[in-house]
Design a protein around this ligand. Structure first.
Ligand SMILES: C[S@@+](CC[C@H](N)C(=O)[O-])C[C@H]1O[C@@H](n2cnc3c(N)ncnc32)[C@H](O)[C@@H]1O
Length: 390
């Protein structure tokens, strides 16, 4: 039974218009090297089943001549240094606070700049000289902003927060291609696609037809679509997110990025336990728990500073997974390069950075056997990605 057959009024079933129009560009896994957990600074008592360092060939960095790559990297490092020095001097702080705001009963991403260091931001924007990048910054932290990072050539213009359009220039494309955060967001998507491709047959039917897949905090769902496309499967996917705009964008994007499965959407607050319990019940009456869950780019929004218990949240998601199913999730690393670039210069809202041990301790506290976890660390050093079999 698919989500579409479910007698569940709160889920919107949508049809995807065009199939198989070609996969969105995705990084390629060049090597994946198994290492001892101690090599990544971990405590053996918290060691996952396996740890791999992954080399990913980014599809966009190599489009730029070496001198442009170096020019941009020098600028980003300088902006990060400036923001760090100013933070050390007490001129700004990484201030925990919600990235989303409730108005008219709707929770939407905050769009005005209220995080970060305005001086370091202005320096970076001025040196880059891009109106498109300035308009893009105002989209943060909405899922829409991530699309430009996923494919810097994907759009001719940035649709800004007021609905106006700003033509994408080369400088913005260079920044979206070369920024360490963008590289990390693309490498985590490539790793997820690789994991899904290797697990899809094991957890589902051949071709993935009818494979029930839940995309948690889906945003535009691009990584989930890319993974399904790369795995060559056509799953039955339920997208959940709080942001109506993101769900709408996901539906429009699905066909054009080659997603060939069935799609349903449900607007829900995943951090509210009662909403997740309701989802769990709905899954049970609509064909059973899911066999695949993707949950990227959301774990950083949990923790005491953000008022969300990461253990309880993970448990609520894990309960939606059927035995034998597979969960892919991720976490930004505490030792990531250029941390003040993200929160200071680009003014991304506060995110909780974690070490592998902190991440593994949460997984274990959620009652998940750590031996079932495969931890993957792309060489860019921004995220770690966990694939967990139930
Ligand atoms: C950084 S985006 C990640 C999107 C996508 N998973 C990806 O990797 O591209 C975070 C998403 O989490 C959603 N989100 C944040 N808080 C949420 C909540 N309480 N309930 C449901 N979705 C939430 C946002 O709307 C946003 O689309």
């Amino acid at each position: 039974m698919s989500f579409n057959d479910a007698d569940v009024n709160s889920m919107d079933v949508v049809s995807v218009d065009s199939f198989g129009s070609g996969c969105y560009p995705l990084g390629e896994i060049v090597t994946s090297r198994l290492v001892d957990y101690r090599e990544v600074g971990g405590d053996p008592q918290l060691a996952p089943g396996s740890v791999s360092i992954v080399e990913v060939a980014d599809p966009f960095v190599s489009r730029w001549p070496l001198q442009d790559q170096q020019r941009y990297e020098t600028l980003e490092v300088a902006a990060d240094d400036l923001a760090r020095a100013r933070r050390a001097g007490g001129l700004w702080q990484r201030k925990p606070g919600g990235a989303y705001t409730e108005h008219d009963g709707t929770l939407t991403a905050k769009t005005d700049s209220q995080w970060g260091d305005p001086v370091a931001s202005s320096y970076w924007l001025k040196e880059l000289g891009s109106d498109a990048m300035a308009a893009w910054m105002r989209l943060i932290p909405s899922a829409r902003a991530l699309l430009h990072l996923a494919d810097p050539w994907g759009d001719e213009s940035v649709v800004d927060v007021d609905g106006g359009t700003v033509r994408v220039d080369d400088a913005a494309r260079l920044g979206w291609s070369m920024s360490i955060d963008a590289i990390g967001i693309r490498s985590r998507a490539a790793v997820m696609a690789d994991l899904v491709a290797r697990r899809a047959v094991q957890v589902g039917s051949p071709g993935g037809a009818g494979l029930r897949w839940l995309s948690v905090a889906c945003g535009t769902a691009l990584p989930a679509f890319q993974a399904a496309c790369a795995a060559g499967i056509a799953p039955d996917m339920l997208l959940i997110d709080i942001d109506r705009d993101a769900l709408g964008m996901a539906v429009s994007l699905a066909g054009s990025v080659g997603f060939a499965g069935r799609l349903s959407t449900k607007r829900t607050n995943i951090f509210r336990r009662s909403s997740m319990d309701e989802l769990h019940r709905e899954l049970l009456v609509s064909g059973g728990l899911v066999k695949m869950i993707d949950m990227l780019g959301i774990f950083e929004y949990t923790g005491p500073n953000l008022g969300v218990d990461p253990v309880g949240f993970l448990q609520s998601v894990w309960e939606c997974l059927a035995p034998g199913g597979y969960l892919v999730t991720g976490q930004m690393r505490a030792d990531r390069p250029r941390p003040d670039f993200t929160t200071g210069v680009v003014q991304w809202p506060y995110v909780e950075l974690r070490t592998p041990d902190e991440f593994m301790a949460i997984i274990e506290a959620a009652g998940i056997d750590r031996n079932r976890v495969e931890l993957h660390l792309p060489e860019d050093g921004v995220y770690m990605i966990a694939g967990i079999t139930k």
